[in-house]
Design a protein. Structure first.
Length: 402
């Protein structure tokens, strides 16, 4: 088992505190494995294995279990004296779990960790029963750094700049990097993750009947990563294919895809006016392999997938990320975190003076002293131009500090 210390360390900082630790993220991103790592870390600290209760509610062992049954089962196994550590994996499968967790946390000496893969983990019931008593952690698929760690377990690594191309093509679902797989095998695994998410977390849960409509919206979103569009854009596109879908239906589909963590919405931010704009957002995939497993690999999409990779890395590092709007055009990303700010342009290559002027001029026009970056896949990328740092995307992803 390859450690994902960045998550384990952040979560363990809240061990033995009166807060329920909630891990959320797209299916198969590694939440269950991280729970196992936390369990091992607790045992290393001296917690006895007998004081740790583990439930995995997507197992047939708990099929048909009710909230009341869950409460009785856990309560009956709690330590009579001393703390019990309770691990509830895929707990959203139990309707009403929030009330049970709240009771276990407030009435007994427990330290609780839960995982889930859809919007029911962030529902109003959590706010009702656990307000002020939980902390959430978004788990992502493997970062570029984690991907390199996984790959070197079974294959020799290439130069990191070349490995970036492999990472973009194959994505970061942990299950696809446990041993060498062909591209087709990787996409088969990821398609299964995609299908189970769409049909279990979206179609079945929301009783969607027009599955073809939903899948066309997904394909449009994946095909337009890195481009601004609206629900109306998709509706108009579908109408051009003689498939009439109203804007509200499309918006509802996009919202459900977000809640299942397949898509991330990135809003535009007016840098001069310092306000979020409500139109022409961008959507990014939870993993690059999702796009390729659904639409097939297309080298013309690599520039957009570079953006996708940088966007996800910024989220992993705790930044709030928006698209920047200036009078001269768009900045790919404005990333803010606890008083820090970064401005980032991502370009697959800068092959002409006109391209260079376009990428650098928008950053030059921003009159503040926050760091500004142009990221490319040029092997000779580097240096500082009028206060704007140029880096290879791979070096940026692997840098300890931006």
């Amino acid at each position: 088992m390859i450690l994902r210390d960045s998550y384990v360390n952040r979560i363990m900082a809240f061990a033995d505190t009166p807060l329920v630790k909630i891990l959320t993220g797209v299916r198969r991103c590694g939440k269950s494995t991280i729970l196992s790592m936390i369990r091992d870390r607790l045992i290393e600290r001296g917690v006895s294995a007998e004081s740790i209760l583990t439930y995995r509610f997507d197992s047939m062992e708990y099929d048909g279990m009710t909230a009341a049954g869950m409460y009785r089962d856990i309560k009956g196994k709690l330590n009579k004296e001393g703390r019990t550590y309770v691990f509830l994996d895929e707990v959203q499968e139990i309707k009403g779990w929030e009330k049970i967790v709240n009771s276990l946390q407030t009435d007994f000496d427990t330290d609780i960790y839960v995982t889930g893969s859809n919007s029911r983990m962030m529902s109003s019931e959590i706010e009702t029963y656990l307000t002020g008593r939980y902390i959430s952690f978004r788990i992502f698929t493997l970062s570029f750094s984690e991907y390199l760690t996984f790959k070197k377990e079974h294959s020799p690594l290439e130069d990191t700049h070349r490995e970036l191309a492999n990472y973009i093509r194959l994505g970061g679902f942990p299950a696809t990097h446990l041993r060498p797989y062909t591209d087709d095998e990787v996409y088969t695994i990821v398609r299964d993750i995609y299908n189970s998410t769409v049909f279990s977390d979206i179609v079945r849960r929301n009783q969607i009947r027009k599955i073809d409509q939903l899948e066309r919206v997904v394909k449009y979103a994946f095909d337009n990563v890195g481009k601004t569009f609206s629900a109306k854009s998709i509706s108009d596109y579908l109408k051009s294919e003689n498939r009439k879908v109203d804007n509200e239906t499309v918006y509802g589909y996009l919202e459900k895809l977000e809640k299942a963590y397949l898509l991330h919405r990135c809003s535009r931010y007016d840098i001069q006016g310092k306000e979020l704009l409500k139109t022409q957002e961008k959507f990014y995939a939870a993993d690059t392999a999702l796009r390729y497993s659904v639409l097939g690999f297309d080298s013309r999409s690599v520039a957009a997938m570079l953006e996708n990779v940088v966007y996800l890395e910024l989220l992993r590092r705790g930044y709030t990320v928006n698209i920047g709007k200036t009078s001269g055009g768009e900045i790919d990303f404005v990333a803010a975190r606890q008083g820090e700010k970064l401005y980032i342009q991502v370009a697959r290559e800068i092959s002409s003076e006109a391209t260079a002027e376009r990428e650098y001029s928008r950053l030059r026009d921003i009159r503040d002293n926050y760091p500004k970056y142009v990221l490319t896949t040029d092997d000779f990328a580097g240096g500082n131009y009028e206060g704007i740092k140029t880096m290879h995307v791979a070096d940026f992803l692997l840098s300890v500090e931006y």
